[in-house]
Write a protein that binds this ligand. Sequence first.
Ligand code: 13P
Length: 264
Amino acid sequence: MRSKLVAGNWKMHLSATEGVALANAVVSALGESADLDVVVCPPYLAIPAVKESVRNTPVKVGAQDVFWMEQGAFTGKVSAKMLSNLCIDYCIVGHSETRGRFGKLEVPASTVSHFAETDETVNLKIKALLYHAITPILCVGETQEERDAGKTVSVIQTQLEGALAGIDPAEMYGIVIAYEPVWAIGTGLTCASDEADRVCGLIRTRIAEAGSQDVADNIRILYGGSVKPDNARDLFSRPEIDGGLVGGASLEANGFSAIVAAAK
Ligand code: 13P
């Protein structure tokens, strides 16, 4: 039986002080009897303060990205070893924004290449995180153009194959996958629950082929993309959807708490 997981990706929002206030509010709303995993993913600078504020509570902390080398002349990068030193539990990898694939292009096209993560770098990041016992939250998903061209399944299959290349099936138990259709991120266009469930089921089938049926039965697959308090319960009630990766709605304590409550 897979337990549900709800993760808030704060993206490039909130100072350390604001993050601590939000994390405290989430902890209060959650209460003591958490029968699911709740994760907040602040920007790097807020991680130490937020981590401290949720100590001895059920709320876990994740990072939004990582670099795969241990240390060295890599200006601006943060390694899995550094996250491990902070006892970080989760880390998002392969988000469509770090891949440079935006649902609605709010950044000038000239900056997209600054993101440009590839399936190969996603793979290196996952290996670095697993080495340090940090759970990767691997994001996969198609753009609107790819969906319209009927390429949803092949795009996701390519992303999964690249991200999981060379990873021992036994290690796949330590990974969470998030299906995040790019066109649903930050757009208010939620993927219909039946369709999200169908794609999550296809991802599970691919995991069975890449790992084993037991890995597929146990790995958690989240849905992300305009998850809100009013659609969360329907999404999370689907058999293949084990929770959510929430962006905008995770920035407000009441809304995020309502989404968490919907997963209970
Ligand atoms: P929104 O919930 O704002 O659509 O963002 C989803 C997301 O990108 C989570 O990683």
